[in-house]
Design a protein around this ligand. Structure first.
Ligand code: GLC
Ligand code: CA
Length: 540
């Protein structure tokens, strides 16, 4: 178990993200709940993780699955009670697992008391908690577009004003320029710290300092000033781990966010690697993965951010398609490619995050349009078909990139609804549950699950993974991703074949007699086989 009183303990930690709605249902309403998470803590302890990032569980009308909070200090009844949450925190802690809550500070729900008050009149004390512009219903303040499609402004005729929302109209953006808003949010954070929560993931934190009049949403001029205040006022305890979602971060910005003096956050989720396999800035316009670019991207983040800040390491979350379907092969080489991808990521410097089901090699799903639930999918379908794209083309985008790919229920067993619920699941269970489920994985020593368990063990055991320098090998190779990590005495080599074909790889001389820490093929061969991966280590 990690000593969490130690400064920077999270640099040696591995986190696991739970999307509560899809994890485990216990009362047959088809929706995962807190009791369900408690019932699966032993499974997570077995995997070896140190903390759980819990997607939002606060009270919410669920327009955006909890990312529209109507009460920051109440648990949504759909997930259980405050007593359940307290029990989860306690039970997790017993197993050395910290609970990291998701904080949505950029916006709240239109059902939040602040907004229902704000809408009453221009002189209501909460009016200035949001971003308003005077106007007439026919002329929007400007042409800014919401991330979920449609305009970023909605008109309130009683006030003769427009309010700004970067996401759905039911998610009005908070006005961070107002010190009362900031103070109010810090109080919510302190409420949860007092309950024993040990960290936070900060939703779209790069957008809090927006300037809509200048069409600036992310990286606004006051962003880092706000973050330093937030950190000073609300993240008082040394041991808290904080990770910000920052789609707009580059290496230079990440250094500010994750400065080692702790003045802002522990680390950010940066997304550069997630944009490489698209033909435009829009995720829906998918393209094959350019491996050479991906390698260069990781090289930069590893070498330039390194100890000047801190990296997060992830492929998946509740907004991203399943990695084995995206960069691996979710058919004949599903197990090999899931392990290969994990090897590549978990050999790097930073803090890894595993998204529920990733440790089983769970895959994307293909549904009919009506079966999807995500607001983003339906808005995109509406906008793109209206702009003349065919149904078939848009469905391809959804199958490849839709967020519901990640949100299908966790596959626990081969049985009915994959053991997720005794009722009707809120989102269709993947029909591959028969082959891919936790029960089968736990019974198979060669499963993806045990491979992840081993990777977590290795991270704890070998200091070179936590602190070694990073060198990319064969940067121009279009199939092989290989790198070394070095400390004074420890040396690690990671080799991954990203292709479904055999490909040669020249093992560096110094590793000829090194130990194999982990590999996804049992025997050795002088070429790399499809999706083959291995980790070598020696000490001098
Ligand atoms: C983040 C969340 C996403 C949510 C959005 C708005 O990107 O990860 O799920 O829809 O913010 O809160
Ligand atoms: Ca339930």
């Amino acid at each position: 178990m990690l000593d969490k009183t130690k400064r920077g303990w999270w640099k040696s930690a591995v986190f696991y993200q739970i999307y509560p709605k899809s994890f485990q249902d216990t009362n047959a309403d088809g929706i995962g709940d807190l009791k369900g998470i408690i019932s699966r803590l032993d499974y997570l302890e077995k995997l070896g993780i140190d903390g759980i990032w819990l997607s939002p569980v606060c009270q919410s009308p669920q327009v955006d699955n909890g990312y529209d909070v109507s009460d920051y200090c109440a648990i949504d009844p759909m997930f259980g009670t405050m007593a359940d949450m307290e029990e989860l925190i306690r039970e997790a802690k017993k197993r050395g697992i910290s609970i990291i809550m998701d904080l949505v500070l950029n916006h709240c729900s239109d059902q939040h008391f602040w907004f229902t008050e704000a809408k009453k009149s221009k002189d209501n004390p909460y009016h200035d908690y949001f971003i308003w512009r005077d106007g007439t219903p026919d002329v929007r303040p400007n042409d800014m577009w919401s991330t979920f499609g449609g305009p970023a402004w909605t008109y309130v005729s009683e006030l003769g004003q427009w309010y700004f929302h970067q996401f759905a109209p039911q998610q009005p953006d908070l006005n961070w320029e107002n010190p009362k808003v900031r103070r109010g949010l810090y109080d919510f954070i302190r409420f949860w710290v007092d309950k024993g929560v040990e960290g936070f993931r900060l939703d779209v934190i790069d957008q809090i300092a927006k300037e809509p009049d200048n069409k600036i949403t992310s990286n606004g001029p006051r962003l880092h000033e706000f973050l330093r205040e937030l950190s000073k006022e609300a993240f008082i305890e040394e041991g808290l781990v904080t990770v910000g979602e920052a789609w707009g971060a580059n290496v230079e910005r990440a250094k500010l966010y994750s400065a080692p003096d702790g003045s802002e956050l522990s680390m950010v989720f940066q997304f550069e690697h997630m944009g490489l396999d698209s033909t435009t800035w829009e995720k829906w316009d998918f393209a094959p993965l350019p491996l050479v670019k991906l390698k260069d991207c990781y090289r930069r983040w590893q070498q330039e951010l390194g100890e000047a800040g801190w990296n997060s390491l992830f492929f998946n979350n509740h907004d991203l398609p399943r990695i084995v379907s995206r960069w691996g092969n979710d058919q004949e080489y599903r197990v090999e490619s899931a392990k290969m991808l994990a090897t590549m990521l978990h050999g790097m410097q930073g803090t890894p995050y595993i998204y529920q089901g990733e440790e089983l090699g769970m895959t994307n799903i293909k549904l009919e349009l009506e079966q999807y639930v995500d607001v983003e999918i339906h808005n995109m379908y509406r906008d793109r078909t209206a702009a003349g794209r065919s149904h078939e083309e848009v469905m391809e985008s959804i199958w490849k990139r839709g967020r519901d790919n990640a949100r299908t229920p966790m596959q626990w067993t081969a049985g009915e609804n994959a053991g997720f619920t005794a009722g009707t699941p809120w989102l269709t269970v993947n029909s591959n549950k028969e082959q891919i489920n936790a029960e089968a994985a736990l019974a198979d020593p060669d499963s993806v699950f045990y491979y992840y368990q081993k990777l977590i063990e290795i991270r704890k055991k070998y200091d070179v993974i936590r602190s070694g320098s990073f060198t990319l090998l064969c940067p121009e190779d279009e199939k092989v991703f290989a790198y070394t990590r070095d400390t004074e005495h420890g040396h690690l080599l990671v080799v991954c074949n990203f292709s479904g074909e055999e490909t040669p790889f020249e093992c560096p001389e110094s590793y000829r007699n090194a130990d194999v820490l982990l590999a996804n093929y049992k025997d050795r061969s002088n070429v790399l086989r499809p999706y083959e991966a291995a980790m070598f280590y020696y000490q001098d």
